[in-house]
Design a protein. Structure first.
Length: 192
């Protein structure tokens, strides 16, 4: 059984440390688990019920929903902007929350991690992302909390993939999320 984890990166910046973390997670994923970075989040229009019609959902929003619908789990890489998550990520969660009660996030395990230039690693933004994911119907992995503080200095000359501590933590996060994705609804562990 292969587990498909979709990674949503909350920063559209080319040199984003959260994007680098997501790339590292994809490379470090254990056998049987694939981490797929969702592209195009910055092109998804702001959520508007007038756009969310049965025929004619905007292309990038439809692609996001389709990708997440076929995922076993989600891994959110959350930067902190002004003490909360980015608009890009919040918008993606909004699109994934619809139709209410049956959106693409419904029932899927979701882990929230990320990096920030601040001293706390974006924990406020991570909490806001967890809250939004829960409201959207996702199952937040509360026991997974990984925040890289002072990323501007930590990754100034080192890619997250080459930071042994960060790489080890990413392996753990992806492995645990992969295991959660394999559990049936009753909470027992599925046979591999």
């Amino acid at each position: 059984m292969s587990v498909r984890i979709v990674a949503l990166v909350g920063s559209a910046r080319a040199g984003s440390h959260n994007r680098q973390l997501a790339e590292a997670a994809a490379k470090l994923a254990p056998e049987g688990v694939g981490v797929h970075l969702q592209e195009g989040l910055a092109q998804v229009p702001f959520y508007n019920e007038d756009l969310d019609v049965e025929v004619g959902v905007p292309e990038h929003a439809a692609a996001l929903r389709e990708s997440v619908a076929h995922a076993d789990a989600l891994l959110l890489f959350v930067p902190e902007y002004n003490g909360t998550m980015s608009a890009v990520l919040k918008n993606a969660i909004d699109w994934l929350s619809r139709p209410f009660g049956a959106g693409a996030l419904a029932g899927k395990p979701v882990a929230v991690i990320g990096a920030s230039g601040g001293q706390y690693g974006g924990v406020w933004a991570h909490e806001d992302a967890r809250k939004a994911v829960k409201a959207a119907g996702g199952t937040v992995m509360e026991d997974i909390a990984f925040s890289v503080a002072d990323s501007l200095n930590r990754f100034a000359e080192t890619h997250p993939l080459d930071d042994r501590e960060v790489a080890a933590e990413l392996v753990s996060v992806v492995g645990r999320l992969g295991q959660a994705a394999q559990r049936p609804a009753d909470g027992t562990t599925a046979a591999l």
